[in-house]
Design a protein around this ligand. Structure first.
Ligand SMILES: NC(=O)c1ccc[n+]([C@@H]2O[C@H](COP(=O)([O-])OP(=O)(O)OC[C@H]3O[C@@H](n4cnc5c(N)ncnc54)[C@H](OP(=O)(O)O)[C@@H]3O)[C@@H](O)[C@H]2O)c1
Length: 328
């Protein structure tokens, strides 16, 4: 089968299109013919092996060489074959999943317990945009943030892969949403349901005097103390991402935010989708929101598998409007 493989850490130049053996499903696994995947910061952190501190923290990047030779955490496709004990799925079924990697290939083996039926209202391309980004948004807002109907929610980084889902999920959960994004994306963020938008190039959300019950911080553009300034006295800051760096960031930003909030009246929590044990269950919840029309994936661009290096470069530049999808 065709796959994009990497043997060493580095820029998108380390990604090579190769013929590799088609995987064989174990007893509890399902072989999926991948139709689409998508790109996110998780992929290029693994591609580069950065931040380097994460290599020492057992994050799964690998110490000296990549632990994953085939990246691609999001998968949408068709069941090709099933293992002896994977009786829930039949060949031909349309499915999607969030994996550690393996999606940038024609076939991938997925543990049956991680696979969910694809939302019927979505194409494979749209479905591949969902798993990691939408799971992160749901985890941050509902589980870490405990968002309640009627609460005021600020989403910093509202126009990216996670942000475009977060705006829609927060609205679906009954919140009043303000999205922070750049000038180019103001119209987009309004169109997916934000009640208000703030252009970060024209206004500093931490200095406009408004208060929110929950801040979902995807961009990491402000310190923890600046973020807490916009929260109500019992508000919650959910820190998810931050600017990328070679050695420490975004991990340094997230941990500094948590440490600096230890003695504050407001709660500060981190949401980590990679360690979350409910990702499959959350995909089923998201499917309900999608199939009843409350959430629609926003796709910025789509690239064929062979052009994965270009897709990585575009995503890594940090200004995608929604998701960058890979067709296989
Ligand atoms: N903890 C986890 O489990 C987890 C999971 C997924 C993602 N993440 C992290 O979450 C972050 C967002 O991920 P993503 O997939 O949404 O990334 P993305 O698709 O690259 O989106 C980044 C967005 O940030 C916006 N942005 C850039 N500078 C900004 C600023 N100063 N103020 C406000 N917004 C700004 C950009 O908007 P404009 O184009 O409008 O400038 C862009 O839309 C990343 O740091 C990622 O590593 C963490």
């Amino acid at each position: 089968m065709k796959a994009i493989v990497q043997d060493r850490f580095g820029s998108p130049d380390v990604l090579e299109l190769r013929e590799v053996d088609k995987p064989v499903p174990g007893d509890n696994e399902v072989l999926v013919r991948v139709r689409a995947s998508s790109v996110q910061p998780y992929d290029w952190h693994h591609m580069r092996g950065e931040p380097r501190i994460a290599r020492l923290m057992g994050s799964g990047l690998g110490l000296r060489k990549p632990s994953l030779s085939i990246l691609g955490a999001d998968v949408a496709g068709e069941v090709e074959a099933v293992g002896r004990d994977a009786t829930e799925f039949r060949p031909g079924a349309e499915v999607f999943a969030m994996l550690k990697g393996g999606g940038f290939a024609e076939y991938v083996c997925v543990p049956a317990g991680e696979l969910a039926p694809k939302p019927t209202s979505l194409s494979f391309e749209q479905a591949a945009a969902v798993p990691m980004a939408a799971n992160t948004a749901l985890l941050g807002l509902r589980d870490a943030g405990g968002v309640q109907p009627g609460q005021k929610v600020l989403i910093n980084g509202a126009s990216g892969g996670v942000g475009t889902f977060a705006v829609q999920i927060a609205r679906a959960l009954g919140a009043e949403v303000t999205g922070v994004c750049g000038t180019r994306n103001l119209k987009l963020v309004r169109s997916i349901g934000a009640n208000e938008v703030i252009d970060y190039t024209a206004e500093d959300f931490s200095r406009n005097g408004r208060r929110y019950d929950l801040l979902l911080d995807l961009a990491g553009s402000h310190s923890g103390s600046a973020c807490r300034r916009v929260l109500t006295p019992k508000g919650t800051l959910v820190t998810i991402g931050g600017p990328a760096g070679r050695w420490l960031q975004p991990a340094g930003h997230v941990f500094a935010t948590l440490a600096g909030s230890l003695f504050a009246s407001q709660r500060a929590v981190m949401a980590d989708v990679v360690r979350c044990k409910r990702n499959r269950q959350n995909l089923v919840t998201l499917t309900e929101f999608i199939d009843d029309g409350r959430i629609t994936p926003v796709i910025d661009r789509s690239y064929p598998l062979e052009e994965l290096p270009a897709a990585m470069r575009y995503q890594e530049a940090g200004h995608a409007s929604g998701k960058v999808v890979i067709t296989v």
